[in-house]
Design a protein around this ligand. Structure first.
Ligand SMILES: [Zn+2]
Ligand SMILES: [Zn+2]
Length: 174
């Protein structure tokens, strides 16, 4: 959706609020494709903060389906997005230091989908975990350790001891 901000750019002190439903159904990045399972309308507040300049504030909540980095089980990424950006109209020629990277501006219009894509990208978690204390999977048998303890001996022996054990095992096979 494109929101024309001409009125906000040109009227001093102008404040405009918009509630916009997102069209996107998934988030695609180099990390993969994540389908959006739940989304709230984006609550925007546009404020004129100078000649041809506007502040874009807002918030929304988006839930996406993802896989836990530790146990590989399906989980939900909940993004509670809060943003505060400054945009300028195309009439502002010089690079405005206060203005953010405006790849989401198309002339006087704000491309809501592109704007929100950037917000999701910036707020994407470094690590996706189904829960903070996810125990992951057993490196030996692959058992999801959140479900049950497999009882595998995950003790990593001293490499010198392992070598001795190898010799012992080979002897036994003969
Ligand atoms: Zn997990
Ligand atoms: Zn195991």
């Amino acid at each position: 959706m494109l929101l024309n901000l001409s009125d906000v750019f040109t009227s001093e002190g102008k404040v405009r609020q918009e509630s916009v439903s997102l069209e996107m159904t998934s988030f695609e990045s180099r990390l993969g494709s994540f389908s959006i399972t739940c989304k709230q309308p984006v609550e925007f507040t546009f404020t004129n903060i100078g000649v041809q300049k506007a502040r874009v504030e807002g918030s929304t909540e988006i839930k996406l389906s993802a896989v836990c980095d530790r146990c590989m089980e399906e989980t939900t990424v909940i993004l509670d997005l809060q943003f505060d950006r400054v945009v300028t109209s195309p009439e502002v020629e010089a690079e405005d230091e206060e203005a953010d990277d405006m790849t989401y501006m198309e002339g006087y219009q704000l491309n809501v989908e592109t704007f929100m894509y950037h917000e999701i990208l910036e707020n994407w978690p470094v690590k996706i975990l189904c829960k903070d204390d996810c125990k992951g999977v057993c490196l030996k048998c692959g058992q999801n350790l959140n479900v049950r303890d497999c009882g595998c001996d995950t003790f990593v022996p001293d490499p010198r001891m392992a070598a001795i054990k190898d010799i012992f095992c080979r002897d036994k096979e003969v």
